[in-house]
Structures are given as C-alpha cells and as structure tokens.
Design a protein around this ligand. Structure first.
Ligand code: B12
Length: 331
C-alpha cells in the first residue's frame, strides 16, 4: 500500500526515480489521480518550501526536489490532461511565467489540469516578457491569458503585461494570475480578471470566465505577507561581543542570499530586492534564464566572521568585508 509520507520524504530528498515509481505504484493500486498529486507530490513540495524558507534547504537542494516533483508530474500528466468528451473545447488558454521568474511547477500543473478540463493550452514557458505574451497571443488567439509569478520581485510585472495588452487593443482577452504571493487584493489592484490559488481553483476560474461554470470562491493566500518580509533589514539588539559566522551564496559574482549562524541558531538573511533585480538583469543579458543554466551559476563563498548575532542587520558586516563581497552599487 502506498506510503505518502515516504513518498514526500523521497521528493524532499530529490529521489526522482523513487518518486516516479511510487507515483506509478499509487495509480496501479487504484488511488485517485488528484489524491496522488496532492498527498504524494504537492504535500512533499510544501515541506521543501517551508524548509527553504527556514534556511534548512538552499537553492540547489530545492532544484533537485523540483526535479523529483516533475518526474512524478510526468506520470500524472496524461491522466490530468485528457479531456472528457463533455468538456471538449472549453476555450483557449495561453500560459506563461512572467519575466525574471523561472518557477514553472505550478504553471505546468495549471496547464495540465486546464487541458484535462477541455481547454486548448499553449504554454510559452518561463521568463516571458510582455512582448512575448503579445506575440504568442497574436498567433494563438487565446480567450484567456494565465500568468504565473512566485517571487514578490516579479509579480509586479503582471501589471506590465496587463497594461501592454490593454494598450495593444486586446482588452477583450481575460487576464488571470496566480502563484504563491498572489492574492485577490493584488489581482484587483492590477486590474486582472481573477486569480487562482491552486490548479483546481484555476480551472474553476477559467470555466467561469468562459461562462461555463459558477463563480469560484475568492481565494486568498496565507503567507503572502510573510513572503515579503525582508529579514535582514530588521535591526536587532546585539549582545556585547557577540559574533557569528557567515557565508554568501553567489550567483556568478552577485550575492543571492546569505546564511549566518552561531552555536545557537542559523538564519538566512534575505537581501534587498535590488540584488535579485541585478541578478535578473545579468541573467537576461547572458541568456542564462533556463532553470539549469541559472542554477549552475550558484556557488557558496568562503565562510567568514562578523560582529553581532546571526539575525543581525546585514549592514553590520565590517565595511572591508562588505566592500569585498558586495558591489557598492547594490549596498
Ligand atoms: C521549487 C522552488 C524553486 C525552484 C524552481 C524550480 C522550478 N522548475 O519551478 C528553484 C530552485 C529554481 C527556485 C529558485 C528561486 N527561488 Co524558489 N521556490 C521554490 C518553492 C520551494 C516551491 C515552488 C513550487 O513549485 N510550489 C509547488 C506548486 C504546485 O505551487 P505554486 O507554484 O504556488 O502553484 C500553484 C498556485 O500558486 C497556482 N498557480 C500558479 N501559477 C498560476 C497561474 C495562474 C494563471 C493561476 C490561475 C494559478 C496559478 O496553481 C498552482 C498549482 O496548484 C517555493 C516555496 C513556496 N512556498 O512556494 C520557493 C520560492 C518561491 N522561491 C523563492 C526564492 C527567493 C527563489 C530564488 C530568488 C532563490 C535564490 N536566492 O536564487 C530563486 C529565483 C529564481 C528565479 N529567477 O525565478 C522564495 C520567494 C520569496 C519571495 N518573497 O519572493 C520562495 C517563496 C521560497 C521562500 N519562502 O523563500 N525556487
């Protein structure tokens, strides 16, 4: 009998072959596809997300877990994406992850489930500019655009896409958005026609916008506020003489995040959004925007010591150290 806790653990550890095999085994045993997706795959990825947030996992491990998730999703895809005859021709959906953002697991799931609900889907991939959305729409003639963003630094770009469609006279196309930091309030703020909090909710939204289903319950995302917290900018009281160790995760020569620890605690110091913006700009200019190419640029720097506790202010690096590791234009 399928052990979902073990399956979650295998996903967490990035064991793609095991996750794929367990997905097949769960289906062979007659488990419903949605149950395997939610209890076997999505539940495992939520633990990864939590541990990423709490500094237990770092980008390379998350990427390996993401590959295991994709191995399981590939098994489920034919089942999720086969439309029932009754639902055929539900509408045309153009999906993409917005510029600067490489997260595609959620987008891929939405695409699969929308296909399963009878939509003809065109997925234009990750890191898509307004120009690329517009060009794809000219060709594909969608009823609905679906934009995905997982970063608070990229979600603002959704507004650029919506404005771009409006300016190009495509106001009739329904604009929908989704991703971990997205809320109904944000959707209202940028003039989107709706947001979906998960793939099932996304499909309900698309059907509703096509006049083929009831209005979905407005869903808001818990944790959106937490996701915007920038830990490192919060000064904390410093015990006299306290020191901690630090290590910087670089994307090429640009700091992507910092971990700091002492004997009692370890913490991840989030950097100002300017760092992510700079990495994005360089990644764009070098064409390193695919997941593997992007992650291949990451490496840990040398450990060093700094005054203060691990959760202290980022600016409390000694100035010589800071000048050595952080481009002055970004400080
Ligand atoms: C996997 C992952 C990665 C992988 C992505 C692999 C891949 N191929 O997608 C890798 C390792 C590459 C990665 C990189 C980074 N990541 Co990341 N990542 C995650 C993680 C752990 C899981 C995301 C995921 O796949 N969830 C599972 C899917 C099923 O859920 P979902 O994406 O939310 O999608 C569902 C809904 O949102 C909705 N939906 C999604 N899209 C759409 C679209 C529409 C139209 C609709 C209606 C609905 C909808 O339906 C989906 C299906 O149910 C999240 C943590 C989290 N809690 O989200 C962090 C997270 C998103 N990442 C984060 C960060 C910081 C980064 C990096 C900047 C790290 C770094 N220092 O380099 C880079 C950014 C790279 C880039 N430029 O994009 C932060 C973002 C914080 C913030 N405030 O912005 C998070 C929240 C982790 C954290 N708490 O710190 N990441």
């Amino acid at each position: 009998m399928i052990d979902y806790a073990l399956m979650n653990q295998c996903l967490y550890e990035g064991k793609a072959a095991e996750v794929e095999q367990m997905t097949r085994a769960a289906l062979a045993e007659g488990r419903p596809v949605r149950e395997v997706l939610e209890s076997g795959l999505i539940a495992g990825m939520s633990v990864v997300g939590e541990d990423f947030k709490h500094n237990i996992l770092y980008v390379p491990e998350v990427l390996i877990a993401a590959r295991a998730m994709k191995a399981g999703m590939a098994v489920l895809k034919p089942l999720l994406a086969t439309p029932g005859a009754a639902n055929a021709q539900a509408g045309r959906l153009l999906m993409g992850t917005v510029r600067g953002d490489l997260h595609d697991i959620g987008k891929n799931l939405v695409c699969m489930m929308a296909e399963g609900a009878g939509f003809v889907v065109k997925d234009i991939g990750v890191d898509q500019s307004v120009e690329k959305f517009l060009a794809a729409a000219e060709e594909f003639k969608p009823d609905i655009i679906g934009m995905s963003a997982l970063l608070t630094t990229t979600m603002a770009y959704m507004q650029t896409v919506i404005d771009g469609f409006e300016a190009a006279g495509h106001g009739g196309i329904k604009m929908t958005i989704g991703g971990a930091p997205i809320s109904q309030m944000f959707a209202d703020e940028i003039g989107a026609d709706g947001h979906g909090s998960d793939a099932a909710n996304a499909v309900d939204l698309f059907l509703y916008l096509m006049g083929k289903g009831p209005a979905p319950a407005a869903a808001t995302k818990k944790g959106a506020a937490a996701a915007t917290t920038i830990v490192a900018t919060q000064p904390v009281a410093t015990a006299p003489g306290a020191r901690s160790r630090c290590q910087i995760l670089y994307w090429r020569d640009l700091p992507a995040s910092v971990k700091a620890w002492d004997d009692a605690e370890e913490t991840k110091l989030e950097l100002s959004p300017r760092f992510a913006a700079r990495i994005d700009a360089v990644a764009q200019s070098l064409g390193l925007v695919k997941g593997d190419d992007y992650v291949a640029q990451l490496r840990w720097g040398e450990e060093f010591e700094r005054p203060g506790p691990p959760s202290g202010k980022f600016g409390s690096f000694s100035s010589s150290k800071r000048n050595a590791v952080i481009p002055s234009s970004l400080v």
